[in-house]
Design a protein around this ligand. Sequence first.
Ligand code: BES
Ligand code: ZN
Ligand code: ZN
Length: 505
Amino acid sequence: MKNDLVHSLTPIHITKEFDGDTLAYLYFQNDKKEAAVNSQTLTEIQDLSKSGVFVASAKSTFFIRASYIEKNNILVAGLGNKKDFSPEKARQTGAVTFSKITAEKVKHFGIDIDVLLKNTSKSHAEEVLDGFLQGFYLASYTFDKHKSSAGKTAPKLEHVCLVSKDRKNQAWLQTLADRLLTTIDCIFIARDYSNEPSNFGTPEYYANDLAKLAKKYGLKCKIMDEAECKKEKMDLFLSVSHGSDREARVVILEYTPKTGAKSAKTVALVGKGVTFDSGGISLKPSMRMEDMKHDMTGAATIVGSTFLAARLGSKNKLVTIVAFTENMPNGRATQPGNVIKSRSGKTVEIINTDAEGRLVLADALDLAQDYKPDVVVNAATLTGACSIALGKLCSALFSNNEKLTFQLQKAASKTEEALWELPMWDEYFEDLRSPYADMANSANDSYGGTIRGAVFMKQFIREGTKWAHIDLANRAYDQGFLPYNPRKGATGTYVRTFAEFVMEY
Ligand code: BES
Ligand code: ZN
Ligand code: ZN
């Protein structure tokens, strides 16, 4: 697992002594402020605490530059009240710490583990460290490959050390560090994919890149071009790509665990990969249309989770289907009023060519069910209405199975990436009746848009298939109010959740 990263993440070393330039102590609010430093420095830390300058509330840091008595700088970081601690607090503290040490031009950063272990149990310390390091590394993300200054920025952080004098902590910390870096790497794959502008991030680009990643991590990869999609009767999917000069691709990744336990389940993950959504003939307004390069974030998230689950050695099998296409308005583009036959045989009247995600997914979900999976979960930036319904803090979850809803919410509560269930009652289908086809892809008013998207896709789920749909349009990008997310661009939210779900299913 180690040294097998796509991104050049700052390496983590497990050491007994610290010889870097800045050592951090993580404290809960009511902790006795102990530290393995000179008594004068310790008094300084305790004075900061007494005077209220640093009381270890979550997200607070204080930097003490090395004096003649101390060989390295000290950073104290707060975790808030121990009683209502959650890893999210550590995540945010980790992110704030990263900004702080970047401003201070720190090159060799360490975290004192022994002091943390004095103040809390090992399992709790693990939650703290995992959260803190997640936030710290997530905050380090940049997407500057298209800047002419790329790679020429000031010297960056070179090492992170987890410092413990106790040899017995070594294996534990190493495992934690390896898992953490793998997790971050997969979240960064999702962020990179989502951020890629659509003139570079074409369906062909993602398909080729996935073939490379699949080879690297031992997954099977099949790429379907438009001719193959046509053979598979995926006309609903192809109707979206008609208006684009760039060819569509469907990518199927398969992961099989090395030791095939009898209890192994097959999980199918499906992602919407619209590399640019102009709306098609139902053209979108130009305001913020540039954000529609992110309309493949469902696919990016699913891909990130797939590699994460595989690299962490999931006991379950995975079939991942990501369908990439552009939605563009040329002379061959699908027009409102057109009737298209789906892979399942059901016909659809296209009312609005901007409701294209559900068309892409309908055929991809049908294909996924051919693999006879135990469960199918899809993710998509499906509706703008998702932000209207739920705001920015949780994405929408739909399922035809109560236990599956519970399992997904359990995974989401573990990762603290909340999912909220919305209803998918059949009565809502009345809004999607068409006089000319089995259904319409949209209604003529804007009520319950997120629910209608789900109810549409439900029409392509076969009897007995356990299925869930996550509309993550509201959390895909521009969530800079969380300190571990970039100010602009992709977040990678739900990569951890889907991986957790796959591993635990
Ligand atoms: N890709 C959009 C949804 C979207 C909008 C995601 C804004 C992120 C931010 C999707 O394809 C779309 O355009 N949906 C329409 C559906 C409508 C025409 C029924 C929408 O939400 O307006
Ligand atoms: Zn659209
Ligand atoms: Zn879209």
